[in-house]
Write a protein that binds this ligand. Sequence first.
Ligand SMILES: [Zn+2]
Ligand SMILES: [Zn+2]
Length: 107
Amino acid sequence: MTPICPACGCSLVRLGVIRADAVRLEHRGQELLFSCRRCAEVFGEDPDRYLGEIADWIVCPTCLAEKPKALSVSISHEGRDIHFCRCPGCLEEFQRRPAELLGRLAA
Ligand SMILES: [Zn+2]
Ligand SMILES: [Zn+2]
């Protein structure tokens, strides 16, 4: 799953922050990635609230929008469930170049 900054709710890939550049914080044995140092500070004020808010969020591989699962559609692709925003165009675009878009999410 592609990381979402728990403080601002932005996917790091949409912000252009690669994993190596993300700010890391250990929280209850789990490593969290943040878009910037100030987001990590905001998170520290109320970690459980922020983690709860993004707990079921997905990132559309095509437009990179962050959505709660309830506002997404999913398809099975090579044995994995991939969630999209509801825009049919995003699904069509994904089907044209799935490897490229999944590769971008993994970066
Ligand atoms: Zn952030
Ligand atoms: Zn989309």
